[in-house]
Design a protein around this ligand. Structure first.
Ligand SMILES: C[S@@+](CC[C@H](N)C(=O)[O-])C[C@H]1O[C@@H](n2cnc3c(N)ncnc32)[C@H](O)[C@@H]1O
Length: 468
């Protein structure tokens, strides 16, 4: 059946609900059909793009009825850009779908007794909430169907975002609603300047071109970091670009550049040059200051990161007497955030540079009860480590999307800390890990937090207590 279904058009399909990863679900002849860019309540004709025995995937090609749940997308790039795919769904519903995702994953995968999932903590800002954006220069601009059909000629160079699943096509962004401050102005003026000066935009297929990548980071106290990645080591042209930014945007507090002659855009292993200002920006949370270097991770929605960390700290119920482990600590933000309410905090993280930042952030904030260790969690958190460090009273764990390695889960089961606070950006892998932890732990509270409005992503915090 699978191959025969490909390209078949299914008429008048009623879109029913939203499933994992933001795809909408419909049914056709008893099979599930996943459809992108629609809303529950839409009635559409769908062209099947992929047919498997148990499910199909398709794209809506004709809309017969539009859902009452729809709102008008605010961004002119909606539908092409992969950034804010849920703009057509009102925010109240986005929140309820996110909470439902947690319920669905916990029911389907964890299959353990759970208390009712609390209402999601929404984001006050539903636009301009990101503190970091990463734009790519390309000589291979993505043209929409309307642009192609218009017969006009368009500029081939672009500065914007990758088209989903197309590594070599970039959508040219005129206005992005994700980041406030000077972000849109810096990007647009820099692109116009580069075009005027005939500077080359990167050619990803042939791996050449001067302008490669632009990263803009902002903080709630008004600091801005701009990093330009160059694909060619051309001192005169680099100077031209950096002078332009320096003179036109004097409020940039950290103006940096990187020469990247490698095949990929990652720069963790490259030298970062400070052109003007400091080599870091600062963020504040309560009475803490966090230094964010060009290679440091920081949660991309600062205001919601604060809400998330408050939930984690509240769930930890610290009295000042506890030994806390902060697993997957990143730059130690959670560790430093809870440190004043704990006896001591041990943070563990894979990336060595992040651990250096974590230590620096403790120092900057005068915290002397934290210690940080770099390495793979499953290797660091072993018997030798536990023989040399006090056992935890509370474990806070915030793993990447893949969740925790099974060895780490097994170690947590052996450690038997009275409380575990599990922060996750992927309820599916969180549910998988909770199913294993259920051997010794019961779930007593579940709190979703929305860090990324207009997307299907949901953050979820769970507290587990050791069964007696
Ligand atoms: C979701 S982030 C959490 C960051 C931090 N808690 C925060 O709020 O800023 C997950 C972190 O886990 C780290 N990580 C990923 N795999 C790891 C592993 N196998 N061992 C240790 N750390 C790992 C990543 O480098 C990243 O910093």
């Amino acid at each position: 059946m699978s191959r025969k279904m490909k390209n078949k058009v299914i008429n008048n399909l009623q879109i029913e609900r939203i499933a994992a990863e933001g795809k909408c679900v419909a049914h056709y002849e008893g099979k599930v059909v996943f459809v992108n860019n629609v809303a529950p309540g839409d009635v559409v004709d769908v062209r099947v793009t992929r047919g498997k025995n148990s499910f199909m995937e398709g794209e809506a090609i004709v809309f017969h009825e539009l859902s009452k749940e729809r709102v008008d997308p605010f961004c002119s790039h909606f539908g092409t850009c992969g950034g804010c795919k849920w703009q057509h769904i009102n925010y109240e519903l986005q929140k309820s779908y996110k909470r439902q995702q947690v319920i669905d994953q916990f029911t389907r995968i964890a299959k353990v007794d759970t208390p009712e999932v609390l209402p999601i903590i929404g984001s006050n800002k539903t636009q301009y909430y990101r503190n970091k954006l990463d734009f790519t220069f390309s000589n291979n601009r993505w043209l929409t169907r309307e642009e192609i059909n218009s017969g006009e000629t368009f500029e081939k160079n672009a500065l914007g975002f990758h088209i989903p699943k197309m590594f070599d096509k970039i959508i040219d962004i005129e206005h992005c609603y994700l980041q406030g401050g000077l972000s849109n102005e810096i990007r647009n003026k820099l692109r116009d300047f580069a075009l005027k000066e005939s500077l080359s935009f990167y050619d990803i297929r042939n791996q050449n071109g001067l302008l490669r990548n632009l990263i803009i980071r902002t903080t709630s106290i008004g600091e801005t970091m701009v990093i330009v990645q160059f694909g060619e080591d051309n001192p005169n042209q680099i100077e031209l670009v950096m002078q332009f930014l320096k003179h036109n945007f004097p409020s940039i507090t950290s103006l940096l550049y990187i020469i990247n002659l490698k095949k990929n855009e990652t720069y963790h292993d490259l030298e970062v040059n400070t052109y003007q200002g400091k080599d870091y920006i600062e963020e504040e949370m309560e009475d803490l200051k966090f230094r964010i270097g060009p290679k440091s991770f920081y949660q991309t929605n600062s205001e919601q990161a604060y809400e998330l960390y408050k939930v984690a700290r509240e769930f930890a119920e610290l009295t000042g007497e506890e030994i806390v482990y902060d697993l997957y600590t990143g730059t130690g933000t959670i560790a430093n955030f809870v440190a004043k309410r704990a006896k001591s905090v041990i943070g563990i993280e894979y990336v060595e540079a992040a651990i250096e930042d974590a230590k620096l952030n403790s120092k900057v904030n005068g915290l002397d009860n934290t210690s940080f260790f770099a390495g793979d969690m499953k290797d660091i958190l072993n018997d030798e480590f536990l023989n040399n460090h006090p056992k935890p009273d509370v474990i806070i764990t915030d793993p990447p999307r893949a969740g925790m390695h099974e060895d780490v889960v097994n170690m947590l089961l052996r450690l038997e800390a009275p409380k575990i606070v599990y922060v996750s950006c992927n309820p599916a892998t969180q549910a998988r890990d909770l199913a294993l932890l259920a051997e010794k732990y019961k779930i007593d509270i579940i709190q979703p937090v929305d860090m990324f409005p207009q997307t299907y992503h949901v953050e979820n915090v769970v507290r587990l207590t050791l069964k007696s």
